[in-house]
Design a protein around this ligand. Structure first.
Ligand code: G
Ligand code: G
Ligand code: MN
Length: 528
């Protein structure tokens, strides 16, 4: 069925589209949320590092104040100034010890008084700051040392590494923080390392102090991003998933609707894809063309020419057959009318109709419009009702057939012998012709019983005063048999197959005597 075939041809995008529609908002949402998470981490890492820098600067202010107060005493003997050294330790909250040095020797400390230990100015960054991993009093315990000097002498103050550690741990509990002084650094483990601290996986920032030679590095672990996601967005992600699913379902519903057989037929009707094919009907005696049956073909853009048994049943089921037949009749009239001169008077045009056409009187207008295309009497419109699906003899249907008869429209009972029509039915609808189904014609030459059935049908129609058309005539034996039995008309592959309008008109024009008829133009114009 072309309706399915079409769907198969475009299967990929039809199945893909709902997924794309569903996943796209989710993806966009996730991208935006991820961007927000990253921005948040960057901002917070920056802010935390700035706070730590400010705090360490405050500590160093305290150290530098103590050292600078003591600096003028650097020449004095230790026993004279020892108390001053201790006073500065007491006065400044962060100061753990104060010391004086002369040359390369530390000669006086707040803890021991007189002392002698070598000092090396090269240990201090910018001659000012040293992050030590411990001294003789507390080995292995971090210490930050501030040095104020004048010439080759000066004062040194120290702060316990625990103060730095507290700052790192309290200010940024979630942030990876490191204090860097020159080539030494300390993290939250409180141990002084040499070299550079490892950069953080996320939002790594390095912020230097403008007043002292140290910097603070901040950032987050790789796992922190996931943690933020879990704490910030579960509701939003759930909402996006629900919206995505709803969007995908709506999209799938729309796609299915757009590709339904009904929509496909509607599209084809709007695109004018239903074409009339013509199969001639010949009359007895000279076998000249007395008429033609219009057979619908679907000129499908992908499938090519589609036979009606593949789509007519659905069109009947969906009620679209009425509009399709109307279009087919218009097409037929427009194709034949310019060459009406090629038709002899009383040329029969057979159009197949269904029970759907008999529910209202619209068919009257369609038939009138059709006939108005031709000179009066030139064509006889014959409506073929299939016997397989009977029409209810409702008042509307009866009125319709009465008015059709008054207009001169003939009625043929199609596929006769295959259904269950009663003689009453034939009488009620004023049938003019019986079309003997091709299955009976095929019996000719077969067993005696089958031939007997055929002969009975022919006899019956003669007694009812109906014209007879034999369908599906394929052999000369069948033709001659039907001719002998006075069958009025024959139709079948023996005479001609259903053909497009251009070919039908060409064949009409080629008949002997056709050129004498007026209005005969070369039918080639019909092509394309
Ligand atoms: O010619 P073909 O093999 O395509 O015809 C197949 C069947 O389709 C036949 O039973 C014929 O009556 C039906 N058919 C062809 N054209 C039409 C049409 O325009 N309307 C209806 N209702 N049936 C048609
Ligand atoms: O409307 P109806 O059901 O009568 O449609 C006629 C059908 O019979 C069409 O499908 C047409 O193509 C087909 N047909 C016409 N002539 C012959 C024939 O000689 N042999 C066979 N097998 N089919 C035919
Ligand atoms: Mn028919």
């Amino acid at each position: 069925m072309p309706l399915n075939a079409k769907r198969r041809a475009t299967l990929s995008w039809r199945t893909l589209l709902p997924w794309v529609v569903g996943v796209l908002p989710l993806m966009c949402g996730l991208i935006v949320m991820n961007w927000q998470v990253e921005r948040e981490m960057q901002t917070s890492s920056q802010a935390t590092a700035r706070q730590v820098v400010a705090h360490v600067e405050r500590i160093l202010d305290s150290l530098s104040k103590a050292a600078n107060v003591l600096l003028p005493l650097a020449r004095s003997p230790c026993d004279e100034v020892q108390l001053r050294l201790r006073a500065e330790v007491t006065r400044n909250a962060f100061v753990r010890s104060t010391n004086l040095f002369r040359g390369n020797s530390l000669y006086c400390t707040s803890l021991f008084g007189d002392f002698d230990e070598p000092v090396n100015p090269a240990d201090y960054v910018d001659g000012k700051l040293w992050l030590m991993d411990g001294n003789s009093v507390t080995p292995g315990h971090a210490l930050l040392v501030y040095r104020a000097s004048a010439g080759d002498q000066g004062a040194i103050s120290t702060v316990d590494g625990d103060h730095l550690l507290t700052a790192l741990r309290l200010i940024g509990p979630d942030v990876n923080l490191h204090i860097r002084v020159g080539n030494a650094w300390m993290g939250k483990d409180g141990i002084v390392h040499k070299g550079l601290p490892p950069p953080a996986a996320n939002a790594n920032v390095l912020l230097g102090s403008t007043r002292y030679p140290f910097s603070v590095q901040g950032g987050y672990d790789a796992s922190y991003q996931g943690q933020l996601w879990r704490s910030h967005y579960p509701a939003l992600v759930a909402l996006l998933i629900v919206l995505g699913v709803v969007a995908a379902l709506v999209c799938r519903w729309q796609v299915r609707r757009a590709s339904s057989p009904r929509a496909e037929l509607r599209r084809a009707l709007e695109a004018d894809e239903f074409l009339p094919y013509f199969q001639p009907v010949v009359r007895k005696g000279d076998f000249r063309w007395a008429g033609a049956e219009v057979l619908m073909r679907w000129n499908h853009p992908q499938e090519g020419l589609v036979r009606p048994d593949l789509f007519i049943p659905y069109a009947e089921h969906s009620g679209q057959i009425v509009a399709m037949t109307r279009a087919l009749m218009m097409h037929t009239a427009q194709s034949l009318a310019p060459y009406a001169g090629l038709l002899e008077d009383g040329f029969h045009i057979g159009v197949n109709i269904t029970a759907d056409h008999c529910r209202d009187l619209n068919l009257l207008n369609d038939c009138r419009t059709f006939l108005q295309h031709f000179p009066p009497g030139r064509v006889v419109l014959t409506l073929e009702l299939t016997e397989r699906k009977l029409i209810e003899p409702t008042p509307i249907a009866l009125e319709l057939f009465e008015k059709l008869a008054a207009m001169g429209v003939k009625i043929a009972l199609d596929d006769f012998g295959t259904g269950q029509s009663s003689l009453n039915y034939l009488r009620q609808f004023k049938v003019d012709y019986l079309k003997i189904d091709q299955s009976f014609v095929a019996m000719i030459g077969a067993d005696a019983l089958s031939v007997h059935i055929l002969e009975t049908i022919i006899e019956l129609s003669a007694k009812l005063g109906l014209g007879i058309v034999a369908e599906g005539v394929e052999t000369e034996a069948q033709r001659d048999y039907l001719a002998r039995h006075e069958v009025d008309f024959q139709q079948g592959y023996l005479f001609a197959r259903p053909m497009p309008a251009a070919q039908f008109l060409e064949a009409l024009a080629a008949r002997p005597g056709a050129a004498l008829l007026p209005q005969a133009a070369p039918p080639e114009i019909m092509r394309g």
